[in-house]
Design a protein around this ligand. Structure first.
Ligand SMILES: NC(=O)C1=CN([C@@H]2O[C@H](COP(=O)(O)OP(=O)(O)OC[C@H]3O[C@@H](n4cnc5c(N)ncnc54)[C@H](OP(=O)(O)O)[C@@H]3O)[C@@H](O)[C@H]2O)[C@@H](O)CC1
Ligand SMILES: [K+]
Length: 494
């Protein structure tokens, strides 16, 4: 089981292409399925101990992985049962099914077990699970329970119309998941759309998802990601490359004996109508490691290390400024517009956030000759680039190309896109980040990275990573001031 940090992220089609490339070298689908099922069985055995395992198998290759895992677990001596939704449809899944010599229960009648393994649907799911009625096996009501059926006896399913007494697949999955001590999804929790991260149906929240061969967008994008629990990658011998990767822990420059405040980087923050937001960005820039932070605008108070200067074209012209942050608390009045115009023309690398994003034209940004990082949340993104039903990765990538800027599309699933198509997605954001001022903190942290001369994509990634790590350290109910302070601990952990 491999941690997913830094791993390539593949869509369903990209994963199929990667598998087909391996198949073209003479490796059969059955071999890939055998590798997948064996890796699943090994992972499950480590977690299950002596507990009984129930594996739910669907009609496609995800179900095939489940049958292989069941066979291998049984060979390992782990108590295992199988429940199926229907007969397998693909040749590989049929062959995997044939290798399982134990009985098969119906999903609707399956009794729970301490360990639940969901191999109903993976990357092939195209429609909601509720569209499925539970199948009924062709056997008499007097027939004994499936568990008592002799080894190897086949159970033929037929598809019956839904009746009031039939349980939907979603209901079965929830009730078995709720009763389990540990629930594990094979590749993806059943019900999730691989590429968009939408929940076509609502699965239970799993404890662990075992991604096969590669991380998929649904492991990271909301709402899908919330159902995955911990995510681990299983290697099935399929080489993968992608321009999209899971955000990694940054490697940041540390000061040496020759360092001084300017070599560590000077960040200027432009204040506006709500100076507290600019104060938060400034504090964050300092705690993220900037050598010199100046706040241009009308504000007072600690910390004393923050250099407060009235806004002027002359103050903005300081050629030591390595990153200029504009937007937090800027307002949207004429003064705000004038300050934004001055910032765009100042010739410094820019982080544009908050109110400034509401005043911008993306095609204007494209014409700028300096590195630009935009940090919109969903509302600001829609206002700047327009609404769309397309997935978040594609939207962020298209926006980055259109504006010729790094775009940090914020949220519980922050997507960072560069104009050249590279994408990084953060995982495991704290839900407690949903509080006022955390966006201001992020813009300051990114400012510190850009001023330290990291390239724009690396700056955005490092800022998002530090921000996420600081939030995790704080636990519940922190405020943005705490978050800015905690950036120091996040940096110290590197
Ligand atoms: N390819 C490889 O080399 C390897 C692939 N691997 C594994 O394969 C998985 C992908 O397999 P997959 O493509 O067969 O898709 P899967 O998720 O099993 O489901 C598709 C089936 O479900 C059906 N179906 C869809 N929606 C439905 C609905 N709502 N209600 C009812 N039915 C529905 C659909 O029917 P159809 O849409 O064609 O009518 C089809 O029969 C992947 O996640 C990984 O686990 C590994 O073994 C490694 C090697
Ligand atoms: K699954």
């Amino acid at each position: 089981m491999i941690r997913i940090e830094c791993q390539p992220i593949l869509t369903a089609a990209e994963m199929r292409a990667a598998e087909n490339a391996v198949i073209a070298t003479g490796v059969s689908v059955e071999t890939l399925m055998d590798r997948a099922g064996t890796a699943i069985a090994e992972a499950v055995r480590r977690l299950a101990g002596t507990n009984e395992v129930l594996i739910l198998c669907g009609p496609g290759n995800n179900g095939g992985d489940g049958y292989v895992a069941a066979r291998v677990l049984a060979e390992m001596g782990v108590p295992v049962r199988v429940a199926a939704l229907s007969e397998p449809k693909t040749d590989a899944a049929k062959s995997a099914r044939a290798g399982w010599l134990g009985p098969i229960e119906t999903l609707a009648e399956a009794k729970h077990a301490p360990i639940l393994v969901d191999a109903l649907f993976g990357s092939g799911l195209t429609r909601p699970l509720d569209a499925i009625t539970t199948p009924t096996p062709n056997r008499s009501p007097a027939d004994a329970g499936a568990q008592d059926r002799p080894l190897g006896e086949r159970l033929e399913f037929s598809w019956a119309p839904a009746s009031a007494r039939e349980r939907s697949v979603v209901e079965c999955l929830h009730s078995l998941g709720n009763a389990a001590l540990l629930s594990i999804a094979v590749d993806l929790p059943s019900g999730l759309a691989t590429d968009s991260g939408q929940a076509l149906s609502t699965p239970p929240v799993f404890d662990l998802t075992l991604a096969l061969g590669a991380v998929k967008p649904a492991h990271l994008l909301q709402p899908a990601a919330r159902y995955c629990g911990q995510i681990r990658l299983l290697d099935i011998g399929v080489p993968t490359v992608s321009q999209a990767e899971v955000l990694k822990t940054p490697s940041l420059p540390t000061p040496g004996p020759d360092s001084h405040k300017y070599t560590r980087g000077m960040v200027a923050i432009i204040a506006g109508t709500m100076s507290g937001a600019a104060d938060l960005a400034a504090l964050a820039a300092m705690r993220a490691g900037a050598g010199y932070v100046t706040l241009l605008g009308d504000s007072q108070g600690p910390p004393h290390a923050l250099v407060r200067t009235p806004f002027s074209d002359q103050a903005l012209a300081n050629d030591r400024i390595g990153a200029l942050v504009i937007g937090p608390g800027l307002g949207r009045d004429d003064t705000a517009r004038a300050r934004l115009e001055a910032a765009l023309n100042a010739g410094h690398p820019l982080i544009i956030d908050g109110d400034a994003l509401r005043l911008l034209d993306p095609d204007h940004i494209k014409a700028l000759k300096v590195p630009v990082i935009l940090t919109p949340h969903a509302g600001e993104f829609d206002a700047l680039f327009g609404k769309s039903d397309t997935d978040k990765i594609t939207r962020a990538r298209d926006a980055a190309t259109r504006a010729n800027a790094v775009v940090v599309f914020k949220g519980a699933d922050t997507v960072i896109a560069a104009p050249d198509g590279r994408v990084r997605i953060a995982q495991g954001a704290s839900d407690w980040l949903s509080t006022a001022g955390t966006g201001d903190v992020l813009s300051g942290a990114i400012g510190a990275m850009l001023a330290a001369k990291l390239d724009p994509l690396d700056s955005a990634c490092a800022g998002v990573w530090l921000h996420g790590d600081a939030a995790r350290r704080l636990g519940p109910a922190f405020i943005a001031d705490d978050l800015a302070e905690a950036l120091r601990s996040a940096r110290a952990s590197l």
